[in-house]
Design a binder for this molecule. Structure first.
Ligand code: CO8
Length: 258
């Protein structure tokens, strides 16, 4: 197993697919795997032929968290030197849209990876949660920061304090996932959404993503200002001319990312 690559990558037209590939441990994220995910995301982000990135998991789960076996002997000093999450933040620098297709278990670091995706499709009966508290730790890759933004402070406290697992149907109520689909349709539905987004003008998608992150990160007024600048900038693109012209001519636009 450890001789196999911990992720698989492929390109299907304009869609790049990254598949977590440690099924025997429910895709527990070890450091090598996190590095491979980040490296692949950056490569696909730079690849002009890719418009959307999809992340899914092989086997029974998306990911049951960080690799507990690898972490068990960690110490604050070794963690400080190793700085294992240094690479993690680069997920948020990926400019292209990322869709997570989750099933089985989406826990701890696996849930944090899912929350770093822009859109999430979940198979029925997927279980979500932050069980770190049960291991005597806490989320380390953004869970305590993202969760209150999505579900509010008191619910976030409950989830984080109890470490309980929650069904996709409950998680859906908080707007964390876009859609719940039958298990066997997970990839079909995800690819359909990916294709839809891949057909949109890539510059608009890129600048919308950037502006939405500003809305999350920055005060409203700064975010509005930032959004407006990106809006103005799009009027320098050929795709804006083509998109509006096609509308006026009642035909389908041909977008080129220029
Ligand atoms: N780490 C290492 N191995 C794991 C993990 C994990 N997180 N989860 C499951 N496995 C292994 C099991 O040890 C088992 O291996 P083996 O067959 O050799 O005994 C195999 O996967 C199958 O698991 P189970 O037999 O336990 O399967 P069940 O269906 O009985 O239970 C559960 C599934 C409920 C998901 C259970 O496996 C479980 O509770 N797993 C641990 C979940 C957890 O605590 N996750 C949080 C980890 S800590 C964390 O994520 C901190 C994040 C910090 C940032 C990380 C950035 C990457």
């Amino acid at each position: 197993m450890e001789n196999e690559l911990s992720i698989e990558k492929k390109k299907i037209g304009p869609i790049a697919l990254i598949t977590l590939n440690r099924p025997s441990v429910l895709n527990a994220l070890n450091r090598e795997m996190v590095n491979e995910i980040i490296t692949s995301l950056k490569q696909f982000d730079q690849n002009d032929e890719v418009r959307v990135i999809v992340i899914n998991g092989k086997g029974k789960a998306f990911a049951a968290g960080a690799d507990i076996e690898e972490m068990a002997s960690d110490h604050p000093i070794s963690l400080e030197w190793l700085n294992p999450f240094a690479e993690w933040d680069q997920i948020y620098s990926v400019k292209k849209p990322i869709i997570g297709a989750v099933h089985g278990y989406c826990l701890g670091g696996g849930f944090e990876l899912a929350l770093a995706c822009d859109l999430l499709i979940a198979a029925e009966r997927t279980k979500f949660g932050f069980p770190e508290v049960k291991l005597g730790v806490m989320p380390g890759a953004g869970g305590t920061q993202w969760l209150p933004k999505f579900i509010g402070k008191t619910k976030a406290m409950e989830w984080l304090f109890t470490g309980d697992l929650y069904d996709a149907s409950e998680v859906y109520l908080y707007g964390i996932i876009n859609k719940i689909v039958p298990n066997e349709l997970l990839m079909e539905e995800t690819m359909k959404l990916a294709e839809k987004i891949a057909n949109q003008p890539p510059l608009s998608i890129r600048l919308i993503k950037e502006a939405v992150y500003k809305a999350i990160d920055e005060p409203l007024r700064e975010g509005m200002h930032f959004e407006r600048k990106n809006f103005y900038l799009l009027f320098a693109s050929e795709d804006q001319k083509e998109g509006m012209q096609a509308f006026l001519e009642k035909r389908n636009p041909q977008f080129k990312g220029k």
